[in-house]
Design a protein around this ligand. Structure first.
Ligand code: TNX
Length: 507
């Protein structure tokens, strides 16, 4: 046993990080995404004890931290009504400027998180979580000591939009699986979850005015499985779970292509009035709504209206990608009308970058999914862009040729590739101020289980999260791989499956 430990320490000489197992607090150098400034106070530690209490001016963040600590420490961790002299305080004052900014101060006697909003406090608590011993994420009571390294973190995001996308259409995922994914992405300060709710293989949300969309259009999946769909209550439960973790849901109804499930559910949506069969393969580009029929726009208005009514976030995604079965002029007509409908329901349009081929509204956001750095139509469109280049940010691409899951059409993406680009300078000619942020899409043609999702998302999702949060001046692969390697013990405690890339030294 001793020999194995000595061997491990010789193999992984990561100083403070390796010693964490022997009760030294986790170092500031293990935080992902790397903060703007993190200044350790040498020799100072705070110890969470049976006497530790929490005061919070944003109930959600305080309650969540208390629950986490109660579960794993077994201490009472009471919520108190004024800042404790020796304890944890989450304060809505004294924070650095910025809606999502926070400051974290750890001294020998207290932990203080300051933010200007609940979002700022939530972000600060995520940093604190990463400084807690790995065992703090356990579902059962663990032995202490519960030491937190002393010092100050002052931090704020580079981009307002830091997204993840989950394709629940190709394979359906339960509310519990989506909740778990939200918990995992929130730890890395991802603040938007885009749900791809409809595609050729399945329609996954109840629409009361078109009930067969879910009951028939949602009845299968890639490979012919049973499919499934969310009731409105399910969707609202996801929205609420996300909101409590500073994550805003962006629902997508993909149109006018990727619509076979809808066309199969209602014959009258087809130009020829004949419903095609349900589809369980993985081709793209073969289906289209009938852009010449007025009924199509009634359909879009009712679907978007019902979805907007249960979506508190500002964005509604209309897809618009790979509409190979829609003539270009019809595509423009359709997208232009669809975005007016979204606007009439009070939401801002997001569309895959193909929508620049129509006449995007000034507020329409284009999501770039290309595989190259050159796309002048997108760069010159004068619209905000979310960066999801498929050859960098697509979590469904294989890590290498031997990866059992995933696809390769945009290449293979190792951790270093996922990390190795600058969202602010990637698309040639796009002014850096036009970049709204980044998003890591997870398409699920080949993914069926929660484990499959985790294996493809981790460790690349934290890489994309860091590109979205941290100032580019901090970009450094060697430092990043060290921080990333320090995450794996927490993933093991949380039960998160991950790809143990050989590019990273895992603890
Ligand atoms: C392309 S990128 C698609 C999706 C597929 C994905 C698989 C984009 C907007 N559309 O329909 O699921 O590739 O990687």
């Amino acid at each position: 046993m001793k020999a194995i430990l000595a061997l491990l320490l010789a193999l992984y000489p990561l100083g403070g990080v390796a010693e964490a197992a022997a009760a030294a607090p986790l170092p500031f150098s293990s935080i992902v995404p790397v903060p703007v400034t993190a200044t350790p106070a040498a020799g100072v530690t705070y110890e969470i004890t049976a006497a530790t209490t929490i005061y919070s001016e944003a109930p959600g963040a305080g309650d969540q931290l208390a629950q986490l600590l109660r579960r794993s420490t077994g201490y009472p961790v009471a919520i108190v009504t004024s800042p404790p002299a020796s304890g944890i305080s989450l304060l809505l004052s004294g924070a650095p400027a910025g809606a999502e900014a926070y400051q974290l101060d750890v001294t020998a006697s207290s932990i203080v998180v300051r933010g200007n909003s609940a979002a700022g406090l939530f972000n600060g608590v995520q940093t604190l979580r990463q400084l807690l011993p790995y065992a703090a994420d356990s579902q059962t009571v663990q032995p202490g000591p519960w030491l937190v390294a002393g010092g100050r973190v002052v931090d704020q995001p580079r981009y307002a939009y830091r997204g993840a996308m989950l394709d629940v259409a190709r394979h359906f995922f339960s509310v519990d699986t989506v909740r778990a994914y939200i918990d995992q992405i929130a730890l890395y300060k991802i603040n938007y979850l885009h749900l791809h709710l409809s595609d050729d293989q399945g329609w996954r949300i109840v629409v009361d005015s078109w009930p067969r969309l879910a009951t028939y259009g949602g009845s299968t999946a890639v490979g012919g499985g049973p499919g499934g769909y969310y009731t409105k209550a399910d969707y609202q439960a996801i929205v609420a779970h996300a909101a409590a973790r500073n994550v805003t849901i962006v629902p997508e109804i993909d149109m006018p292509g990727h619509t076979n499930a809808a066309l199969a559910s209602y014959a009258e949506l087809n130009c020829n009035g004949v419903a095609p069969p349900l589809y369980t393969g993985t081709d793209v580009g073969f289906s289209s709504l009938c852009t010449a029929k007025e009924l199509t726009y009634t359909f879009v208005d009712q679907v978007i209206g019902e979805l907007a009514a249960i979506t508190p976030g500002p964005y509604l995604h209309i897809g618009g990608d790979e509409a190979a079965s829609t003539l270009p002029a019809d595509y423009a007509t359709f997208v232009n009308r669809a975005q007016q409908i979204v606007a009439a329901h009070g939401k801002t349009v997001v569309g895959w970058h193909d929508v620049v081929n129509a006449t995007p509204l000034p507020s329409t956001v284009a999501q770039y999914w290309g595989t190259t750095q050159r796309n002048t139509a997108v760069a010159n469109a004068g619209r905000k862009v979310i960066m999801s280049p498929a050859s960098k940010a697509y979590l469904d691409m294989k890590y290498n040729r031997r990866t059992p899951l995933g696809q390769t059409w945009a290449g293979t993406i190792e951790v270093k590739d996922a990390y190795g680009w600058d969202p602010g300078a990637y698309l040639t000619g796009l002014p850096s101020g036009q970049v709204l942020g980044v998003e890591a899409p997870l398409w699920t043609e080949t993914l069926r289980t929660a484990n499959d999702l985790e294996y493809m998302a981790f460790p690349r999702l934290p890489a994309i999260a860091e590109l979205g949060w941290s100032p580019y001046a901090t970009h450094n692969w060697t430092a990043f791989r060290g921080r990333l390697g320090a995450q794996s013990p927490r993933w093991r405690v949380m039960g998160v499956d991950f790809y143990p890339s050989t590019q990273v030294t895992w603890l």
